[in-house]
Ligand binder design. Sequence first.
Ligand SMILES: Nc1nc2c(c(=O)[nH]1)N[C@H]1C(S)=C(S)[C@@H](COP(=O)(O)OP(=O)(O)OC[C@H]3O[C@@H](n4cnc5c(=O)[nH]c(N)nc54)[C@H](O)[C@@H]3O)O[C@H]1N2
Ligand SMILES: Nc1nc2c(c(=O)[nH]1)N[C@H]1C(S)=C(S)[C@@H](COP(=O)(O)OP(=O)(O)OC[C@H]3O[C@@H](n4cnc5c(=O)[nH]c(N)nc54)[C@H](O)[C@@H]3O)O[C@H]1N2
Ligand code: SF4
Ligand SMILES: [Mo]
Length: 796
Amino acid sequence: MTQTRRDFIKRAAALSAASYVSMNLPIDKSNIAKAEEGVAWHRGSCRLCGVGCRVELGVKDGTPIGLRGVSESRTNFGYVCMKGMHFWKCMRHPDRLTKPLYREKKTDKFKEISWEQALDIAATKFAEAHKAGGGKAVAYYGSGQALTEETYFFQKVMRGGLQSNNVEGNPRLCMASAVGGYLTSFGADEPIGGYSDIEKAHCFFIIGSNTAEAHPVLFRRIMRRKLDNPNDVKVINVDPRVSQTSRIADKHLQFKPGTDLALLNGMANVIIQEKLYDEGFVTTYTSFKKGKGEESNFDEYAAQVAKYTPEMVAKTCGDAFTADDVREVARWFATSKGTLSLWTMGLNQRKQGVWANNLMHNLHILTGQLMKDGADSLSLTGQPNACGGVREGGGLCHILPGHRPIEVEKLRNQVETAWGVPAGRIPEKPGMHTMAMFSAVNEGAIKAIWINCTSPVQSLPNCTLYNKGMDREDVFIVCTDIFHTLTTKKANLVLPTAFHFEKTGVYGCTERRSQLTRKAIDSPGDARPEVWIIREWAKKLAEKMNDPVITQCIKPFEGLEEGYALPKAIWDEYSQKLTANRDNDLRGATYKVLEQMADGVQWPAPTEEYALTGGTVKKFVKGRDPMADSESKNDLPYQFYGPAHPDRKLWIWQREQADPEEIPDAEYPFYLSTGRIIDHWHTMSMTGRVPELLRANPYAYVEVNPKDAAKLGIKPGDMVEVKSRRGVNLLPAKVYEGPIEGMVFVYWHDQHEDRMINKVTKDAYDPGSKEPEFKICAVQVKRVSGPQALTPYIAN
Ligand SMILES: Nc1nc2c(c(=O)[nH]1)N[C@H]1C(S)=C(S)[C@@H](COP(=O)(O)OP(=O)(O)OC[C@H]3O[C@@H](n4cnc5c(=O)[nH]c(N)nc54)[C@H](O)[C@@H]3O)O[C@H]1N2
Ligand SMILES: Nc1nc2c(c(=O)[nH]1)N[C@H]1C(S)=C(S)[C@@H](COP(=O)(O)OP(=O)(O)OC[C@H]3O[C@@H](n4cnc5c(=O)[nH]c(N)nc54)[C@H](O)[C@@H]3O)O[C@H]1N2
Ligand code: SF4
Ligand SMILES: [Mo]
């Protein structure tokens, strides 16, 4: 591996040198000026991943012509990746939905109707469902890609208007375990530090994250840090698969899927045995917990991890690394001047997702690798607004805006007061989480569901089972999207929405950073921004249900123009009234301030004056975090104020290694894992329509380890059946030293029914976070034939 790495670093160094040089080539600026004549550049953030790159859309004569990175941005310093560079091509795409479409029966053909008719139908159906089953019979299923204004407004109408906590979204499939981990370990959701730690880190611990493909611009920063300081910076990559990310690693630990909880406990054991922990930090700032929160102590914890000897860990993980590897990574982790851990779905999408997050945080608490420069336990968020819109804006069934748990009456009342609705209006019990919601659709218990900015028909695990209910004639489905998807194909009503840069609103990325994108162009046809759709729908709902409280929910937004004034009024209400004195205090992040900032504001940011400095880079540090100052209760430099820990301490948890729900056996002998590639975004509704991106990867394939391929007689390109107890795919094989022996990997973007891997995945989920175990199930792998010609498929 060392040789390959050196080669790679050489190649990568040459590459980044080239891109640097090209930026400084003596270009004839007058030519650029000529080419850009009449082009207005509009600032916003990238539509796609959770990195949150700052970009500018070029518009000429009302038409988008290109996109570039903003060099003053501290996130991307002017860089964008291929997807980021191309997403604007969705804006004028001929497949865009431009008219509301309706059919009474799901077997009928869609007919174009007017907005007036569409909203009337949506209101009638939701009112009928509500009459039949109350708040429990209606649901909203949203997205970490919707703007904060959209998620906040949808949940306001659902909760305050329809008295329903059935407010969910795809972050359940993605970030729920990270939320659970942050709340139980630190007492507060979302990371303490952020991207600026990359340039100060001395050790990167990248686990269950293919950063190179899923967060490419961030990876570039990590790579730079490593290349500029090859001897002072260590990179550890922990993944059952060798990925693009592994290539810059000093050490890559490969293991049997689902065994990494043993490794994390084993590292803690080495750190304790070799006395590498930060005793002062642990004594001052830490409590020890076990089980559901019972008190524990250091000695009990040390005894619990003691059984995870390096030898036992190496064996449990499949003997692909040695006991000495465990010792070495533990030492690097504990003794570096700043250790930054990064993880994504490899830890979250697990039946033990919250536990895996706890174990990650344990290592940082134990070693004091937190709060100081270059150190953080940083969960990377996948979607551009899972943090801002959904985690902060109240987009899950158990949380209200401003990180408020729904069960707490006082907090519910604060929200009711802010909305001017009667106390008790918001139901006290959480609504249904995603898997329960689609089970309720299957049973017909939910009678009307609004699906916004997501395509659950493809993205739910074991999707054949969870899609069944969507065909029921007694379940009314509204979809708001920009294109037809496999989900719109099951809807009664499809409403065309404005796309990014065709409307105004805020995205909040991984590092507590809120960024505004202003409307730069008009939408095609009759597509409208969601905020307008919600308001007009709610108006009709109020009439049909004869309920003045619904009217009250939309009263502050009456008559406002939807391109700017309406989202601004929604943002103002949310930020000023619902985040005041909460840990995500956004009062300073007004549209006025956000418009002035090259790259937005990191919360907490209670005043405009403070927000104009960029906000809070490190939470909990006195003198650097206004909340830590205002909540200060002693002379200590760190002040923990999270809502979930009354003792204001960080908690180290005892968590054991446990098997995934389904492990290979004689009948289904392989592990299947699923994930991403760099060129595509999720269900490919967008990237599948951009020729440059589609050409790069027209269809999914199955990655097979060469040793397994030899045993199974599989050659590159052969057609292979991947079959589980739930479903089957037929995919071409890619044979390479990627997945560990005994494991296959399939990217989940493909919409074709032969290659839609969620027909095969398992619907087990974490009992705490309810996040599904997309990363692990058991399959059979069989060669079916030689190579076949395949065609890409996109629903239309
Ligand atoms: N190009 C692109 N980028 C994206 C997205 C996209 O669709 N395309 N989507 C965005 C979204 S929403 C998300 S959530 C992120 C996801 O970002 P990532 O989580 O980085 O991407 P994945 O490919 O889903 O999975 C990461 C890794 O988990 C590993 N893994 C599998 N099983 C295990 C295990 O048992 N333990 C550990 N430790 N690792 C395991 C897989 O081998 C894989 O390399 O990407 C975001 N960025
Ligand atoms: N097997 C497997 N399955 C997975 C995962 C995995 O790793 N493996 N990962 C899971 C994860 S982490 C996630 S986040 C989910 C994501 O899964 P989904 O959310 O279902 O996937 P997307 O393709 O992002 O869906 C976004 C939809 O919004 C539409 N859209 C784009 N812009 C707008 C807009 O402005 N307004 C509206 N209303 N619509 C718009 C797009 O056309 C698209 O249809 O998938 C999960 N599913
Ligand atoms: S790294 Fe993510 S945010 Fe940045 S340009 Fe690429 S897709 Fe967009
Ligand atoms: Mo995600």
